[in-house]
Design a protein around this ligand. Structure first.
Ligand SMILES: [Fe+2]
Ligand SMILES: [Fe+2]
Length: 284
């Protein structure tokens, strides 16, 4: 196969290196750690449940095209991407196991929701390796935009401290590597039409399944049919400062033909978080 020339678009000053962090979440996960709100806590916990299988899928979808990349900078960033996502998976798997032990959720059933959608997608002939890569960059845009919301402003101010630290650490690394899948997709000649079409399906499937898992958790906790849950859910979807409304501008942006992940300049947020850390970067 002929190797194509490639150029990384990760800006100068941003490095993609894993920080090998470990979090002690035993105590916090037994509580409604996000604003003492069962609904928001369940949504974030349901999202955590998607990461081990999802992030493995992201790595595989890029690895499939790795031999077509020649740019040493992008190759180094791809390696950093694998390492960052690998550690995220490890920490979220621990998070998910502790959560299920604490609350009595069936781990295999909860994670099974996401494993099933991946298996179902892979069984369809139209879901080619290119489409799988396009889905990775769609979800990478979602996670990087989510990170920007979490790190910019007060969204996580009332979250329990240790779990907040985990989500912000994960978020910063999502911002750092947000253009890696995009660059690989560009270099294999991925079209804007495929990118945007796949986003429509990917985001719908992801959000529908995150909600499915969150509702299972709330049902198990006997919190589903509560006024407080309904109120929080309404705010989450329709409130001016609800997550969905906060995410919408970034989502719309993705449908511009000349969209690029670094149109939203995250360098300031990354630096701000890094400055607040009293920890050297782990060796790659
Ligand atoms: Fe990640
Ligand atoms: Fe990522």
């Amino acid at each position: 196969m002929t190797a194509l020339p490639t150029i990384s678009s990760t800006p100068d000053g941003v490095t993609i290196e894993p920080r090998n962090r470990k979090f002690d979440l035993q105590k916090a996960l037994a509580t409604d750690w996000m604003e003492n709100d069962p609904f928001l806590t369940a949504v974030f916990n349901a999202m955590s449940m998607s990461f081990p299988s999802g992030e493995k899928k992201f790595i595989d979808s890029i690895r499939h095209f790795e031999d077509r990349i020649t740019d040493p900078k992008l190759l180094k960033e791809i390696r950093g991407f694998y390492q960052q996502e690998g550690i995220h998976s490890r920490e979220h798997r621990r998070y998910n196991k502790v959560l299920c032990d604490q609350r009595g959720y069936d781990h295999d059933k909860m994670e099974g929701v996401y494993l099933d959608i991946i298996a179902k997608a892979e069984s369809k002939p139209e879901v080619t390796p290119e489409v799988q890569l396009a889905s990775t960059l769609a979800i990478e845009h979602f996670t990087a935009s989510m990170a920007e919301i979490m790190l910019d402003g007060d969204y996580m101010d009332n979250a329990e401290a240790t779990i907040k630290e985990l989500w912000l650490w994960h978020g910063v690394e999502e911002m750092e590597h947000k253009s890696v899948a995009f660059d690989v997709f560009s270099q294999i000649g991925g079209s804007s039409k495929m990118r945007t079409t796949v986003m429509k399906y990917s985001i719908m499937i992801l959000l529908r399944n995150v909600m499915k898992v969150a509702l299972k958790m709330l049902h198990h906790d006997k919190q589903l049919w509560k006024w407080k849950t309904f109120k929080s859910m309404t705010h989450f979807f329709f409130g001016k400062t609800g997550f969905v409304r906060l995410y919408l501008p970034a989502h719309k942006d993705y449908f511009r033909e000349d969209f690029h992940p670094w149109d939203a300049d995250s360098k300031g947020l990354i630096q701000q978080w890094q400055d607040a850390q009293d920890m050297p970067l782990a060796a790659a």
